[in-house]
Design a protein around this ligand. Structure first.
Ligand code: GDP
Ligand code: MG
Length: 162
């Protein structure tokens, strides 16, 4: 079976932009308004000749109600069915309480997790992203999903984790 990589994180951190970067097409819907991706959306991806499925999810929020809770449930379901999880944070914001709550959910899942420090558009932000070691998920991978910076290194790490 083709391995599955799930992309989770708060709304607006750039999950869908990262998915588009990984698949090399603008297919996942990127929005300035949070909460646009409601379901789990799978896409075929390929890196260095390895095929995998990358799953975009809506923004995960703890203690969410109604529609937001349904989105969070989809994200948790995506984690449950994934072989590797990409946990995306906004490195221009740093780790928030919501990010820390998500880390607890990820720990419970016991899945391999790679921490993506997205929006690291330049070297200054990239250096700041080292502060994300505090999340306890190991090395943060600084990436600019928008410009492509760091995405090759991230994908190499994904293949190693699969
Ligand atoms: P999602 O809600 O996590 O799926 O986030 P989106 O992919 O829809 O992106 C939310 C906003 O962040 C959009 O305006 C994107 O253009 C922007 N964005 C995503 N990745 C980056 C990045 O690497 N750098 C910058 N500067 N903006 C980004
Ligand atoms: Mg999205």
């Amino acid at each position: 079976p083709v391995p599955v990589v799930a992309v989770v994180g708060r709304p607006n951190v750039g999950k869908s932009t990262l998915v588009n970067r990984i698949i090399g097409r603008r297919q996942a819907v990127v929005e300035d308004t949070p909460g646009v991706t409601r379901d789990r959306v799978p896409y075929d991806a390929n890196w260095s000749g390895r095929q995998f499925t990358v799953v975009d999810t809506g923004g995960w929020e703890p203690d969410a109600k109604d529609r937001a809770a349904a989105i969070a449930a989809q994200a948790e379901a995506a984690v449950a069915t994934a072989d590797v999880v990409l946990f995306v944070v906004d490195s221009t914001v740093g780790a928030t309480d919501v990010d820390e709550a998500a880390v607890k959910m990820l720990r419970r899942s016991a899945k391999p997790v790679l921490l993506v420090a997205n929006k690291a558009d330049n070297q200054a932000i990239e250096l700041e992203s080292a502060g994300l070691w505090s999340l306890g998920l190991g090395q943060p991978y600084p990436v600019s999903a928008l410009h492509g910076r760091g995405s090759g290194d991230l994908l190499d790490a994904v293949l190693e984790a699969l």
